[in-house]
Ligand binder design. Structure first.
Ligand code: EPS
Length: 388
């Protein structure tokens, strides 16, 4: 399974192609659109989302709502392109008028400066348009197709916000997806502990007033993942490594953790390892899940737990020091419209990229040509594991 996205933040649209989804999967477009709408929401979003109304358009790989096994092609329109149709015109030659709004004072923490240096862009808009998190809308559309595939295999996945700007909203660290989904629907922050919501709202409001931004921590849980996905045989076959790479591939992520990762590093081995149990009927399991469902780079049948640390968004309304790439004058960075926090959308993006990696692992391990064979092979494999 392989996917690719293209498109600039204020260009005409985002495009995506995913190859490797089995034939015979019923795809519910409403579910994709619901995920896209959820990614647009959440407390702390800026004004761009008042313009956008993300809806997926499917142009290949699906017929009468069912996948064909061929590459699936998707687009999501950028409504805001209407305000940028000349400046972001893909084909009309550059003129004085259509190259207005140039960016020359890079924002610290954004891709602006290094991207300009690497690709020799003198207008840093050429960098920020693609490095914008707008692109993650397409990863959510692709991720939702993978989530629907996993759902058909009884694998459930949910991503939510654990903390914002240092305020924790997850004292219970749940692994039951139904409980997580019920809890996070109760508020506009996708947090488990609703009693933390007021405090987080206040923090976001105050941060906005100060022209500043905040980040946070995201937690993703996947339930009923079979043991044995990924491998210990070589470093690049380890599934936890692939998950970590996928998480770090999301804009603004600065840390990734599997299970109790960083806390485990402070404990003794006897407190960290998940003791092995065996029951007639269900076979092997673990008494705890400190290792986040991974041993030796392979899933061990316990819930997969992945956490991501998101830095605050680098676009500040009270900008930090920068230097103009033309005049070389030390000046404040360019100010672009942005969000105070994008932690809620990011929780859906991280959930999506984890779903993509799990779907990839499943279709790599079993015959993913069509859903009937995939389901049959997975059922047989699950039975085999119970009897190991
Ligand atoms: C972003 C800057 C803002 C965000 C954008 C990510 O874009 P704009 O300058 O158009 O307001 O709104 O996020 C999205 C458009 C989105 O759909 O998530 C950035 O610089 O990364």
């Amino acid at each position: 399974m392989y996917y690719l996205t293209a498109g600039e933040s204020h260009g005409p649209e985002l495009s995506g192609i995913i190859e490797g989804i089995p034939a015979g999967l019923t795809v519910d477009v409403d579910q994709i659109n619901a995920a896209l709408a959820a990614r647009q929401g959440g407390y702390g979003r800026g004004n761009r989302q008042k313009i956008e109304h993300d809806q997926v358009i499917i142009t290949g790989g699906i017929r009468h709502g069912i996948t064909l096994g061929s590459p699936i092609a998707l687009t999501v329109k950028n409504r805001d392109h209407a305000h940028w149709s000349e400046i972001m015109n893909p084909t009309s030659p550059a003129t004085k008028e259509n190259t207005l709004r140039q960016v020359t004072r890079p924002r610290p923490g954004h891709a602006d400066l290094v991207g300009g240096m690497k690709y020799n862009h003198r207008d840093l808009r050429n960098v920020l348009e693609r490095s914008s998190a707008r692109e993650t809308a397409m990863r959510v559309a692709i991720g939702n197709i993978c989530k629907q595939l996993l759902n058909q295999l009884d694998i459930k996945i949910s991503g939510y916000v654990e903390s914002v700007g240092g305020i924790n909203a997850d004292n219970s660290q749940p692994t039951d997806i139904a409980k997580i989904e019920t809890a996070i629907k109760q508020n506009d922050l996708r947090v488990i502990d609703s009693d933390a919501v007021d405090k987080i709202h206040q923090l976001i409001d105050e941060t906005k007033r100060n022209g500043d931004t905040v980040g946070g921590v995201i937690r993703v849980v996947a339930q009923n993942v079979p043991a044995g996905l990924g491998s210990y045989i070589s470093w690049d076959t380890k599934l936890d490594a692939k998950l970590a790479a996928a998480v770090m591939g999301v804009n603004a992520m600065k840390g990734v953790e599997i299970g109790d990762g960083f806390k485990d590093a402070e404990e003794h081995g006897s407190q960290v390892m998940d003791e092995i149990d065996w029951q007639a009927g269900s076979g092997f399991s673990r008494n705890s899940d400190h290792l986040g469902g991974f041993e030796g780079g392979m899933t061990n049948g316990m819930p997969v737990i992945v956490k991501a640390a998101m830095k605050p968004i680098p676009t500040l309304y009270k900008p930090l020091q920068s230097a103009d790439i033309n005049s070389k004058e030390v000046k404040k960075a360019n100010v672009e419209r942005s969000d105070t926090t994008a932690i809620v959308p990011a929780s859906i993006v991280i959930e999506s990229v984890v779903a993509i990696e799990l779907a990839k692992a499943i279709t790599d391990t079993f015959d993913g040509s069509n859903m009937v064979r995939l389901k049959q092979q997975l059922t047989e494999y699950r039975d085999e594991l119970k009897n190991f």
